[in-house]
Design a protein around this ligand. Structure first.
Ligand SMILES: Nc1ncnc2c1ncn2[C@@H]1O[C@H](COP(=O)(O)OP(=O)(O)OP(=O)(O)O)[C@@H](O)[C@H]1O
Ligand SMILES: [Mg+2]
Length: 170
């Protein structure tokens, strides 16, 4: 630890992330053109996030689709390197320290685990088996989240009938 290292368990200072997106026109000529002169444009996924979280603090991180939530979390976990700004988590600067992942846990949305043609309940049963969740625990958790999230009417219908592809993005 250095003296400049922050005390808060998560400290983010003007974190930014941009991606270069390469574009290509269709067809053989398009391939040739992009081979000779590659066209790229910058996409700003995160435009300056600043935040402090104290140890033990619980927060919600909400925003519209494409606001940069996942990108921010990926920077916090070291999966993506910020294009600018500073990120510190639990005393680590994630992009610099390879052993950073050992003391943290990150659970990302698991929408891709849901099987499109089956009801969500069937996918949850698969996960119950994979993670060796007892029947009693499974029923208790299922009942709790069915009530909290209002899933009664949709959990037994095929996913394809209850949602649209756009809402299944990560
Ligand atoms: N690898 C990438 N290359 C180009 N653009 C990207 C890349 N990753 C994310 N983006 C863009 O950056 C913006 C932020 O994306 P991000 O996935 O972080 O948003 P989000 O808040 O998690 O959205 P959602 O609510 O849909 O999950 C979006 O406009 C997205 O298209
Ligand atoms: Mg996201």
């Amino acid at each position: 630890m250095t003296s400049s290292q922050p005390d808060a368990s998560v400290q983010v200072r003007d974190a930014r992330k941009s991606h270069t997106v390469h574009e290509k026109e269709p067809g053989f000529l398009g391939n040739l053109r992009s081979f000779v002169r590659r066209k790229g444009r910058e996409v700003e996924a995160v435009r300056g996030v600043t935040s402090d979280l104290a140890p033990g603090e619980v927060v919600g991180f909400v925003g519209p689709n494409g606001a940069g939530k996942t990108t921010t979390l990926k920077m916090l976990s070291g999966l993506l390197h910020p294009s600018g700004g500073e990120v510190w988590v639990a005393g680590f600067e994630p992009r610099r320290q390879a052993d950073f992942l050992r003391p943290i846990t990150m659970v990302m949305g698991q929408k891709q685990q849901l099987i499109w043609d089956l009801p969500a309940l069937d996918s949850f049963l698969v996960n119950q088996a994979i993670y060796e969740i007892s029947g009693a625990q499974y029923r208790e958790t299922m009942a709790e989240f069915t009530e909290v999230l209002g899933l009664e009417g949709i959990r037994s219908a095929p996913l394809s009938a209850t949602t649209t592809p756009a809402t299944t993005r990560r």
